[in-house]
Design a protein around this ligand. Structure first.
Ligand SMILES: Nc1ncnc2c1ncn2[C@@H]1O[C@H](COP(=O)(O)OP(=O)(O)O)[C@@H](O)[C@H]1O
Ligand SMILES: [Mg+2]
Length: 262
């Protein structure tokens, strides 16, 4: 098999809170291949968000390596890091917290176009309209303030923003978890379509196994900062090996896997 797009090896992060130390991520290794979706599941507090933040270099690890698109991500600085970051985007659970809610949709989408020098000032309105079209929102939305939008629409804007620099990998941390069931399904379908048309890989962090079945190809299961199981969705869902995966599967209602549905 070809080199993975993302290779995480021995990644560790310890937090100190007063006298207590928490090994939030303890020697995690995993691969994400180009164009695939790896779901990262695990109970609350198992270290999923910390791992995502380490990969995105929002926080620095104590040990380990992150190789992305052939680059040693942890050694990059300045312009080289900015260039790598363009190809490694993120979508969080709560776009309200990520963006100024009074900003217009157009403003939110203009930022990455300017920062990554994707469109000239004159070309920006057309580029913004194209991004909105990509996530099935009308071009007129550019004028609307974010707080005017529904949760699902705001999350589409967050996805459009992540897509602006044509990323190879998007890390989604509980990105659809706050949405109601039908909006969540539509957003997952949109993400799957975008993956097909753009060849994007996803690291899809969630505690929701139903979402995993709809969007993921492979799953990594985390518990207490460690990856305790990795495998294709169907294997992990139908024959979970670890106690952690067995408990997660037992807690979820039965839904068809992506491969069965398509
Ligand atoms: N900035 C921080 N300072 C101290 N402890 C933290 C910090 N961020 C996360 N933790 C702790 O690390 C562990 C893993 O948290 P997290 O990565 O958020 O888990 P998950 O996303 O799987 O729910 C938890 O025990 C959490 O309390
Ligand atoms: Mg989390």
């Amino acid at each position: 098999m070809s080199e993975p797009l993302l290779r995480v090896a021995g990644l560790s992060k310890r937090f100190r809170r007063g006298d207590i130390t928490i090994d939030a991520v303890a020697g995690v290794s995993l691969d994400v291949h180009a164009g695939e979706t790896l779901a990262l599941i695990g109970p609350s507090g198992s270290g999923k968000s910390t791992l995502a933040r380490l990969i995105l270099r929002l926080i620095e690890p104590d040990a380990g390596s992150v190789c992305f698109d052939g680059l040693d991500l942890l050694s990059l600085r300045g312009a080289a890091l900015r260039a790598a970051r363009a190809r490694l985007q993120m979508v969080f659970q709560d776009p309200h917290a990520a963006f100024n809610p009074r900003a217009t949709v157009g403003r939110v989408l203009a930022d990455p176009l300017r920062i990554h020098r994707i469109a000239t000032r004159a070309g920006r309105p057309a580029a913004i309209a194209r991004l909105l079209e990509t996530v099935d929102l009308p071009a007129a939305f550019a004028e609307r303030p974010l707080h005017d939008l529904s949760g699902g629409q705001r999350q589409r804007v967050a996805i459009a923003r992540a897509l602006a620099p044509a990323p190879k990998l998007v890390v989604l941390d509980e990105a659809v978890s706050a949405l109601d069931v039908s909006t969540r399904r539509r957003t997952l379908a949109l993400l799957a379509d975008l993956q097909k048309s753009h060849g994007i890989a996803y690291l899809f962090v969630t505690h929701d196994l139903a979402a995993v079945r709809l969007i993921a190809h492979r799953v990594a299961v985390m518990d207490c900062g460690a990856v305790v199981e990795t495998g294709p969705v169907r294997a992990v869902v139908e024959k979970p090996q670890s106690a952690t995966a067995q408990a997660l599967v037992a807690a979820q209602p039965r839904l068809p896997a992506r491969s069965e549905a398509s």
